[in-house]
Design a binder for this molecule. Sequence first.
Ligand SMILES: [Zn+2]
Ligand SMILES: [Zn+2]
Length: 229
Amino acid sequence: MGGKNVKNTIVERVLQIVAPHLCFGCGKIGAVLCHDCKYNIIDEPFWGCIVCGKPKREGVCTEHETSIEKTFVVSQRIGTLETLINGLKFHNNKAAAQACAELLHESLPILPSSATIVVVPTVRSHIRQRGYDHIDLIARQFAAMRGLPIRYLLRRATTDVQHLVGREERRTQADRAFELVETDDLSMGPILLIDDIITTAATVTAASKLLSQTGLPVWVAALAYQPLD
Ligand SMILES: [Zn+2]
Ligand SMILES: [Zn+2]
């Protein structure tokens, strides 16, 4: 990291401490996401199959081949939730991670105490651009809120960036995107795999397939669902 980058990072950190937070939803001073805006999101959960989007209370339609047993999605990627996620992913608003973790914490049911949190690994070039791994930030804060362990069982095997391709290519790319690592001493499960946005579920399907090799049930939690078109 060059001197200029270090200086910029310090300035950003100072601003994050000094500047008051404005709510991503309504602009009110105080929290990154005020109480009202938070519950407006939580009150509109996404209850659908994460592969095809059809209405479904829990999990994935039986006709899709998947190792995913249960799914939890906070809401659709619209309105305040979209602004919040964009803030974290594209506008360097690291503070938005805590609000995202709170959304997961307040949307998800009670989890077994034997559950282990696992994150979908972010593309390395994106971590470099942002200066942080946004999914990891969310997952770590969520794990702390729930008192659950977090394990890094997956690693990126390729550097493919996924968002420019269609459903079929996404599946092919996703199938070779990850590797399973360090699965020793896992508790009873389930494994709760955390991702930010689910579009075709190709990523979480491929990641779950690997994670299911541990013999543990795999559940998926995401902040938002966004259909491909
Ligand atoms: Zn608000
Ligand atoms: Zn479906």
